[in-house]
Design a protein around this ligand. Structure first.
Ligand code: ADP
Length: 458
């Protein structure tokens, strides 16, 4: 899988879904095995403890009669350990004058291990059986568990001190039995190992399946794109029907008028009609240019020729170009020209397009008063400010003002033509050139747009 594919996928919800599957399915398997193995372990623990206690009780009662006779005790122990392979060790201990004595054992060297002596002492003094779990190393050096039960053998013995009570019950020996948990540990380890292998295989299969299904993700993406394109098409159709109809109707009307005036020899009237035709053609041209800009921006095909630009010169030129429009509406268009030159990194044409859009809007949405263009400076930025005394923008419209196709629709704007694309394009262009745009407005008082660009460091 190459990197562009990964990048594309990361932009998709389907990719996240795939990642979630890759993580969730194996995690579910692992969690299942973990809880199963834990439960199994606990069950085995209880079962083995019971088994060890039961075995010790049985062995203990069978040895009770041989306690007095050491030879037959040793024989009995030999016999039991020979016939019970799961018994790891069987040791019968007793205490004489506080010292432990081995009566019989099949564990050479281990008969008096610390654990055995400790448990024997406990069982001897309390007369109760004790069970413990030990961790030992087996012949292969692996750690395995072992259960040890120490069971006291209580016998009736002659009481020489007390005549009234000739016999009393006393602990005469302690049977220590060790049962190995190796088989269970091996079983649980195998279960865990198998489960990890199974999880890895599952993960592999899930990844293979998802790889195979990436084409479906592609289709889903395509489907979403198609829906977007469809919405854009609807927008375009409604826009075209509204915005193109007016200039085309005007174009048709004025061109017929021009023809009639020419036929009647009224050349002055024909020339006035033709200038109206030209204005209508210009507005169609602007609309088409806006739409082309939207397409280029959306398809990331907009080529910027970024270089050092004298921003003051660009503002001056745009203000001069738009002065005619302002004059036609009897508006004052002021520009407070600073001293010297100020450079930013920008595309000259796009910078001018931004200024034309914003100053043009101010003229368009101002009925009387003025449009003022000025600039402020911070240490690292120039802030171009375009302020007007126009109709203003309702506060609730401000958050969506830079949205595509967004127009304020009220009685003040219904007669003013527009596509709702200008501010969206302006914002995109400003951001392409590392700038920021913001707006403040009070309805019926005026609007102020501020555009910030980083200054070119000299
Ligand atoms: P349009 O083609 O409709 O002018 P724009 O994207 O340039 O599209 O502007 C979006 C909307 O913002 C306009 O429809 C208008 O309602 C409002 N607007 C923009 N500039 C001004 C302004 N200077 N004064 C008042 N309203 C403005």
């Amino acid at each position: 899988m190459n990197i562009p594919v990964l990048k594309q996928l990361s932009e998709n919800r389907e990719f996240l879904y795939a990642v979630a599957l890759i993580l969730l399915i194996p995690s579910a398997f692992l969690a299942n095995t973990y809880f199963f193995a834990r439960g199994l372990n606990e069950t085995f623990n209880t079962e083995l403890t019971n088994k060890a206690t039961l075995a010790t009780t049985v062995i203990g009662s069978s040895l009770e009669d041989s306690i007095e006779d050491k030879d037959s005790l040793i024989k009995a122990v030999e016999e039991i350990s020979k016939n019970s392979p799961e018994i790891e060790g069987l040791t019968i201990l007793s205490f004489e004058e506080g010292k432990e004595v081995v009566l019989a054992s099949d564990e050479e060297g281990q008969a008096l291990s610390t654990d055995t002596v400790l448990l024997t002492k406990l069982a001897w003094t309390t007369g109760q059986p004790y069970t413990t779990q030990l961790k030992i190393l087996n012949s292969e050096g692996k750690q395995v568990r072992q259960w040890q039960v120490s069971l006291p053998i209580i016998a009736e013995i002659e009481n020489k001190k007390n005549d009234k009570k000739p016999v009393e019950r006393e602990v005469v020996a302690v049977v220590n039995l060790k049962i190995s948990g190796e088989k269970i540990d091996t079983l649980i380890n195998k279960l865990e190992r198998d489960s990890v292998i199974f999880t890895i295989i599952t993960l592999f299969v899930v990844i293979l399946l998802l790889l195979n299904h990436f084409k479906f993700f592609g289709y889903a993406r395509l489907f979403r794109k198609l829906k977007e394109v469809d919405e854009m098409k609807d927008n375009f159709i409604s826009l075209a029907s509204h915005e193109l109809r007016t200039p085309i109707t005007a174009l048709k009307g004025y061109s017929s008028l021009a023809i009639r005036n020419l036929q009647e020899g009224n050349t002055q009237g024909a020339s006035q009609d033709m200038s109206k035709v030209s204005i209508s053609a210009e507005s169609i041209n602007n609309l088409i240019n806006d739409l082309l800009d939207v397409t280029r921006i959306e398809q990331k095909r907009l080529n910027l020729e970024v270089k050092e630009v004298d921003v003051i010169q660009s503002i001056t030129e745009v203000v001069q170009e738009l002065k005619i429009q302002a004059d036609q509406k009897s508006l004052t268009l002021n520009y407070s020209l600073p001293q010297g030159r100020v450079f930013i990194l920008a595309d000259t044409q796009k910078l001018k397009q931004i200024l034309v859009n914003l100053i043009g809007n101010s003229i368009k949405y101002t009925q009387k008063g003025s449009v003022n263009v000025s600039q402020k400076f911070t240490k690292s930025e120039i802030i171009i400010v375009i302020e007007d005394t126009g109709i203003g923008i309702p506060a609730e419209e401000l958050p969506n003002l830079f949205g595509k196709f967004h127009r304020v629709r009220n009685t003040q704007t219904e007669k003013i033509q527009g596509t709702g694309l200008g501010l969206w394009i302006t914002k995109q262009l400003v951001e392409f050139m590392n700038g920021k745009i913001s707006v403040e407005s009070i309805q019926n008082r005026g609007t102020k747009f501020s555009v910030r660009f980083p200054l070119k460091k000299s």
